[in-house]
Design a protein around this ligand. Structure first.
Ligand SMILES: [Zn+2]
Length: 199
């Protein structure tokens, strides 16, 4: 997360859903100091069985809400504060489809209205913004992506940041042309046919 420029300092968090538990990064531990012993195991309803060395991420309610709403397609969740996404979250209502890679996220990514970190309101807005998508941009905050596996969720976070950066560059040069829903569907179909997708 830190090395890829997706989060700064202690911001952002990652989780994985296992059959009867959630494994999530801790609150308040910098990535470069984090060890496996710092990772927190919680039950599916968010309770903490037994004593813990660390507190779970403050965004645990948002992770749990995504698992609850998105079903088995959500096996892992990545939440980042990547800079181009955050910049876009402060200026736009959506990230338009400037490149066909957007098909891998389900289409143009919505920007939700701002809500304070760690709140049920933020979790609700993230879930609403994810409808038909595997990515959402949280207003004046960051991004959330999910995937069947942690690597898929993480790759989507990187793709989302790349797309936000490309969009910013395109907007400097002129009025970006965007792909239609039909063109994105065609890409998704072709990808599935080639079995590049993991869906
Ligand atoms: Zn955050």
């Amino acid at each position: 997360m830190a090395g890829d420029g997706l989060s700064d300092g202690m911001s952002g968090n990652l989780s994985i859903r296992l059959p009867d538990m959630i494994v999530i990064t801790p609150s308040g531990v910098p990535y470069d100091a984090m060890t496996p012993a710092d990772i927190v195991v919680i039950s599916q309803d968010g309770t903490l069985p037994g004593a813990k060395r660390r507190r779970p991420s403050t965004e645990t309610p948002m992770h749990l809400a995504v698992y609850h709403a998105c079903g088995p397609a959500a096996g892992a969740v990545a939440h980042t504060h990547s800079p181009y996404v955050v910049a876009l979250s402060a200026t736009s209502d959506a990230l338009p489809a400037v490149h066909y890679a957007m098909a891998g996220l389900g289409g143009p990514v919505r920007v939700t209205p701002y809500a304070r970190f760690g709140t049920a309101e933020l979790a609700d807005r993230a879930v609403a913004g994810l409808a038909g998508r595997s990515a959402v941009i949280l207003g004046n905050h960051g991004a959330l992506t999910y995937g069947a596996t942690l690597s898929q969720a993480y790759d989507r976070a990187r793709t989302l940041e790349w797309l936000a950066r490309v969009y910013w560059l395109a907007a400097q040069a002129g009025q970006p042309r965007t792909l239609t829903e039909e063109q994105l569907t065609e890409v998704a179909d072709a990808t599935r046919e080639l079995r590049y997708g993991e869906e």
